[in-house]
Structure formats: C-alpha cells, structure tokens
Write a protein that binds this ligand. Structure first.
Ligand SMILES: Cc1ncc(COP(=O)(O)O)c(C=O)c1O
Length: 379
C-alpha cells in the first residue's frame, strides 16, 4: 500500500467536492440547467479575478488561453513587449513568433522579477508596442512579478497589459481592474483545484478594441465568438461541461473561505516551506521575489537533483517538481498552491529531509520540519 501526495505546480490535489461533482451524470450544455452553471461560473470567476470584465472559459489548457490572447490582440507585423525570465515568459515569445508578431524581449535573469521601470523605458522608446506580455508567477523559477507596478506604467500608454496568471490565480493576489490588467489568463489545474482542461481569459474594453482590429486568422479561439455566446449565457462550442460544474464547487469553496483568507493561507504555506528549505541548508532560488504559490530551491552541490525528485516520488510517493530547461537537475520546486494545508507541507518537507539525508547532504535531521512547525505555530 502507498499513499501519494502531489506537491507539484500543476496539477494540484483535487478536493472531495470537486471529485464528487465530476462523478455526477453528464447533462446537456444547451439547457437552462447548464446556463445556470455558466452564469455561476462566470460570476465566481469575476470574484476571483477581481474584475467586472467578461471572463471567458475555454476548453483548453492554459497555453490555449495564451494563444487566444496573442491572436485576438495582434496581427502579423505588430510589435509586442515580452517579459521573459523563465520558461513561461519564453512561451509568450514563442507564440508571438508563431504568428509573425515581432517580440521585443526583456530578458530578466532567472530567479529575479522584472523592474516595472524597464517596461516603462521600453514603452517610451518604442511607441509601436501594442501589447505587454507578462507572467504573475513564473512557475519555472518561483518568482512573483510586480503586476501592480507594471499596471501603473502600462495603463497610461496605448499598449494593453496581458498577464499569464496560470499559476497564481487563486493563490496570489491579482486585482485585474484595480491594477489595470487588460487580459488575465489562467488555467484550471493550479490554484483553482481542478484537473487540467479549462483556460480562462478576462478581457477589458481596451483589449476588446484590439480584438476587433486584429487581422490574425482565428476560429476556435476567436474571442468575438466567445463574447457573442457569453452575452446569451452560452459557449460557442461544446464546453467542458463536467469541468465547469466542478469549477463551481471549487469557486464555492474559495468564496466561503474568502479571498483574503485564501491568500493568507498560501502565504503561510509558502513561509513555512521557505523556512524549512533554508533550515535544510538549501538556497532559495528567488529570495528577492519569492512566490507564495511555489518555492524553488537550489539542489546542493554534490546531490543529483533528478535522483532526489525521482526517489521522493518513486520510493515515498511524494511528487515535487524539478528544474526545467536550463535549471534541469539544479532546482527543486515545491508547490503550495490550491488544496494544500499545513500537514501536506510537513509531509513533503519530512520526505525531502529523509531523501537528502540518505543522499549524504549534511544538516540536522528534523531541522526542516521544525522550521515549518515554528512558522505554523506563530501564525
Ligand atoms: C506560468 C505558467 N504559464 C503557462 C503554463 C502552461 O499552462 P498549460 O500547461 O496549462 O498549457 C504554465 C503551466 O505550468 C504555467 O505555470
């Protein structure tokens, strides 16, 4: 017998209410019953996105919603500013390239957040920039960017601000309207505690003007179709019915907890995790902009990072993530996002300690769990 724990930055564990909703008999989507579900889901999403803008639900993973943003806002030959600094920032550049959009890149060092002043400078020197593509939580490095600060500099320009909040929404604060975010994008399998399969996208009036003007070819991800359907409480194509019904359960849980408490819980989990890894003599990868959704720490010298993650998973049933791309084998990433509470963290840290100890890393056994417990006790 083995018990498995999922501490990865997507997918994240599923609450029983979500599992139960997904086991209900399917219903048809062109019915008043399903219209009720769409209405509830869009209202719930607006609460989580902190917006009055339309929020569209797509049957795709988060990347589909990113692609929808690029093609609906811009046409071949347009210029966009992209904030890189990790694998997912780079995805914006790749998407732009795929559609012939010129991507001007701010190449932020991995593990650091972008300085909004750099965005301001680029927007001033290149007035052709129509959109700024950013990431709330760069999952590959464990960095949270200052979206509020970025919104301040973009809002007074012609450009629209697009935020990939795929990992972050529901875990870290993002005030779509107050921070002047024109498009916020998310996915189901992270802070929203669902399986993968839904993409979300909020659209401001400023963004809608670009959507009307874009000449990019689009069909499935044509947000004009989404808007027309949503105005009739409908979807343009067959929606992911079961996932949307489950989404309503997750949104209800979040509403009952309240956004402030949800963010405070994530903050506490993140503080405990950071404190624990430091107590194990591991160095945080993003100390100056550490995310409350996922903690990235450097694998110590002499330890095989890939083997560490594999042993935790295959021997003890605890799945954390390793590094991606240039950080492969050099990082561990422990997610504390969604349906995670303090004893999940304690279990994960305890396993990390055990495997690090077995692999010869020197520290006081129990130091990580002690450090995490101390954070939980003072909160
Ligand atoms: C910040 C960020 N952006 C984009 C993605 C891609 O989302 P998906 O895998 O749902 O397409 C992820 C997934 O890990 C992510 O964390």
């Amino acid at each position: 017998m083995r018990k498995n724990y999922l501490l990865t930055p997507g997918p994240t564990p599923l609450p029983p209410q979500v599992l139960e909703a997904m086991s209900r008999p399917i219903i048809h989507h062109r019915t008043p019953q399903f219209q009720g579900e769409i209405k509830k889901a869009t209202e719930g999403l607006k609460y989580i996105f902190q917006t009055k803008n339309d929020v569209f639900i797509l049957a795709s993973s988060g990347t589909g919603a990113m692609e929808a943003a690029v093609i609906n806002l811009l046409s071949a030959g347009d210029t966009a500013l992209v904030v890189q600094g990790g694998k997912f920032g780079e995805r914006w550049t790749e998407l732009c390239k795929a559609y012939g959009i010129a991507a001007e890149v701010i190449d932020v060092e991995w593990g650091k957040a972008v300085d909004p002043k750099e965005i301001e400078k680029r927007l001033k020197t290149n007035p052709k920039i129509k959109a700024v593509f950013t990431t709330l939580c760069e999952t590959s490095t464990g960095v949270t960017n200052d979206i509020r600060g970025i919104g301040e500099v973009v809002k007074n320009t012609e450009a629209v601000l697009v935020v990939d909040a795929i990992s972050g929404l529901g875990a870290i604060e993002i005030k779509t309207d107050e921070w002047s975010c024109d498009m916020v994008i998310s996915g189901s399998q992270k802070g929203l505690m669902l399986p993968p399969g839904l993409g979300f996208i909020s659209v401001s009036q400023k963004a809608f003007k670009l959507i009307e003007a874009s000449k990019s070819p689009r069909y499935y991800f044509d947000l004009r179709k989404s808007k027309k359907a949503l105005d009739k409480t409908d979807t343009p194509f067959t929606p992911a019915i079961t996932l949307i019904i489950a989404l309503n359960e997750a949104l209800e849980m979040m509403k009952q907890d309240g956004l402030e408490n949800t963010f405070a819980r994530h903050k506490k989990m993140a503080e405990a995790t950071r404190s624990a890894v430091k107590a194990l003599d591991l160095e945080l990868f993003a100390p100056s902009a550490a995310s409350d959704a996922v903690t990235a720490a450097k694998v110590p010298q002499g330890i095989d990072g890939e083997k560490l993650v594999k042993t935790m998973r295959d021997t003890y049933g605890i799945t954390i993530a390793g590094g991606q791309d240039e950080m492969k084998g050099k990082l561990i990433r422990i997610a504390h996002m969604g349906f995670i509470e303090e004893f999940d963290i304690i279990t994960g840290i305890s396993c990390l300690e055990k495997v690090l100890y077995q692999m010869g890393h020197k520290f006081n056994l129990g130091a990580g769990v002690k450090a995490a417990e101390e954070v939980f006790l003072k909160n």
